[in-house]
Design a protein around this ligand. Structure first.
Ligand SMILES: Cc1cc2nc3c(=O)[nH]c(=O)nc-3n(C[C@H](O)[C@H](O)[C@H](O)COP(=O)(O)O)c2cc1C
Length: 266
């Protein structure tokens, strides 16, 4: 008799209803745990993203120092919004709430790039761009400009830092790219990045001259000041970098702003 009651008890535990109750309860507990973790971790993730963005911006200008507090370092940086068509800074867009992903979906704030002008292959461009100015008192010491464009396999996102003259490169860094490690991925290699330093992006008449070239650069030639060695075995990614630099430094990019606010002579 006790045996038959034990087996009935076991059967009732294995019933479909019981299995469903256990499965649903487990799902509820797990989803509660996951959503609590997601809500709790969100501010930490947002903060990490913010710190990462600041490190990348400072890195482009060679100003990042891991021994110092990032927010303190960033105090020397002024974030401004520039109207790319006029080159003028605007105050009616808040740089703190600027979100490029949203801007590129908004027809009021961005527009398609005509195919014959789209050398960086970005397809859509913001009308107002976020720029970072490293200040020394009232003077602009460095311009740190967001740049992007197609590589071979991915869109390359980076920051170009220019000196106060708005024409000499302080540094170039890429913080997001999906090129092949060891080939196109070498655009993040400090050795290749160092080749950009002190190169001049415009000639004396203001024409965009910076270019990535395949093969050795003859440093005795005057054009060497505008030239950077392509990455061996990654000519196509290098060409992508060439094209994005020329796009963002040209008439569709930051040229109007740089002509107006840099300390360049003549
Ligand atoms: C698996 C694989 C991955 C490659 N990845 C890249 C890359 O990320 N960037 C690039 O420019 N070329 C890459 N290439 C090489 C290109 O196909 C092309 O050969 C190269 O850009 C030409 O550069 P070179 O003239 O300096 O040899 C890759 C080739 C292979 C087979």
């Amino acid at each position: 008799m006790p045996n038959s009651s034990a087996s009935e008890n076991k059967r009732s535990k294995d019933s479909v209803a019981n299995v469903l109750i256990v499965a649903v309860s487990l799902c509820l507990v797990c989803s509660l745990l996951v959503s609590t973790a997601a809500v709790r971790l969100k501010p930490i993730q947002e903060r990490n993203k913010e710190v990462d963005r600041k490190i990348n911006i400072l890195n482009a200008a060679g100003l990042y120092d891991e021994a110092r507090d990032i927010d303190e370092l960033f105090e020397q940086v002024e974030v401004r919004v520039v109207d790319l068509s006029t080159g003028k800074f605007v105050d009616y867009i808040d740089p703190q709430s600027y979100d490029l992903v949203k801007v590129l979906k908004d027809p009021e704030l961005s527009q398609p790039v005509a195919a014959d002008e789209d050398i960086a292959r970005i397809r859509r461009q913001e009308k107002y761009a976020l720029v970072y100015l490293v200040m020394e008192g009232d003077d602009i010491e460095n311009f740190i400009l967001p740049v992007r464009g197609a590589g071979l396999y991915s869109t390359l996102y980076g920051f170009l830092a220019l000196k106060a003259d708005g024409a000499t490169i302080q540094g170039l860094s890429f913080y997001e790219q999906g090129e092949t490690p060891g080939l196109g991925g070498e655009i993040v290699n400090p050795k290749w990045r160092a080749k950009w330093q002190d190169k001049r992006v415009y000639d004396r008449t203001g024409v965009t001259r910076i270019e990535v070239v395949k093969g050795p650069i003859d440093s005795s030639k005057p054009e060497a000041i505008h030239q950077v060695d392509a990455i061996a075995g990654a000519t196509l990614t290098s060409r992508g970098v060439n094209n994005l630099m020329r796009f963002w430094l040209g008439d569709s990019g930051y040229k109007a702003m740089l002509e107006q606010v840099s300390s360049r002579e003549g």
